[in-house]
Design a protein around this ligand. Sequence first.
Ligand SMILES: Cc1cc2nc3c(=O)[nH]c(=O)nc-3n(C[C@H](O)[C@H](O)[C@H](O)COP(=O)(O)O)c2cc1C
Length: 449
Amino acid sequence: MSDMPNAPESKNAPKQIRLNLIFHTSGRHDASWKSFEDPTVLIDEIDHQVALAKRAEEAKFDAIFLPDTPAVLGSVFLRKPRRGLDPTVLLAAIAQHTQHLGLISTAPSIHGDPYLVARAIATLHQVSKGRAGWNVVTSQDDETHVALGKPVDQKLARETRYEKAEEFVQIVTGLWDSLPQEAIAGDKENDVYIDMSRTNPIDFQGKHYTSAGVPQMTGRYHGERPVLFQAGISAQSREFGAKYADVLFTSQPNIDLDRKYYAETKEHAARFGRNPNHVVVLPGLYAVVGDTEEEARRRKAEVDEQMDLGFLVGNLARQIGVPVEELDPNKPLPVHLFEQIPTDDEVIQYRRGNIGAEAMANNFTVKQLVHHNLTRGQRAIFGTPEQIADTIVEWVDTDVSDGFNINVDVQPAGVERFKDVISELQNRGRFHKDYEHGSFRQNYGLPPG
Ligand SMILES: Cc1cc2nc3c(=O)[nH]c(=O)nc-3n(C[C@H](O)[C@H](O)[C@H](O)COP(=O)(O)O)c2cc1C
């Protein structure tokens, strides 16, 4: 690979686009579960999950991505399927029914024990023969705190979260590297199974975490580490990702900020002495495919209408810190209230900025705004396979990203329709026609790690 940021892999070959499928049991749309005749199967039914994964592999997605939070039921999951099964265990089952698909699990880096995460992800890596990814998250929502027995009113400052995440990742990767294959001597004559002189024991004494020794497992498969993902928005998350992750998963409010994020991430990577091509940037993208653009938009509107409008408006009111009575679904967002009702809450300030600008730029009514925001910050596109392929290629060629984490509205129809986008990209030589290598890392053009 070239050392130039975003350079094509060879002079004549156009840059290959990376596409993962975000694995939502019924689809990304919050009302998608209503399209299932028996929605009760969506949560824990393993056959359903395996069938979805096989479809993703047939479509040739690079990987499936399982978002997760280890949390008790929050109010949102009373209205749509929760994220049920432990993602790493579920992916280990899926690994037995797929051959090539990358399998990205999510595990926190500010809660729990690095050793246990290292072991679980390394096990997935072995079980899947080199196809594991770990999405390193730094979230601290109330539901997770309740589930893990932590005080809800004691949240960490962002700096501390990333301080913890750094230590966590250093321990996990150190553990993965500590028992290399060559240390497994299997020397029958001398009665030596493990040759300790060839191991790399860790001795990590951090401010937040400590771990020492050599774990009873090999973290690499045929010399390759699991692929590290990092999901976040803030400057700290990008800095952290550019230092440690192979892939950054983000969602920026507009295309210009995506380009800025992309350029800065690659610059940071170079500053950390890494090849910028080996730090892949994949924002989320919500894609609804139709035979015509109108059909795609109609399809979105039909699913949107199945949502409870009162509930959506209530959520919006909480997000922007405005009394719900002030929000008339058929009128524009009353942005003048932001000044009349000041707030110290940075998250609310941030959302007011973004959501307010979006509502005004598009002249949205409150109803249009809440329907638009059902993708929760992920960029949405609607159109024919050709239109969507055009847009993806244009964005990749103008340094918005190296590809996307794709959300489909409703499973399995959304994936079936997205296959036509993939065919378009394949015909243009921009997406692999088949998996070219045995491991997830190699399919992504990444070094062993
Ligand atoms: C695109 C994206 C996907 C995320 N996925 C998850 C997830 O699956 N589970 C989770 O607990 N947090 C997830 N997060 C939350 C982040 O890990 C992080 O905690 C959050 O973005 C706040 O940190 P930040 O302000 O530094 O970005 C995600 C964030 C983004 C931007």
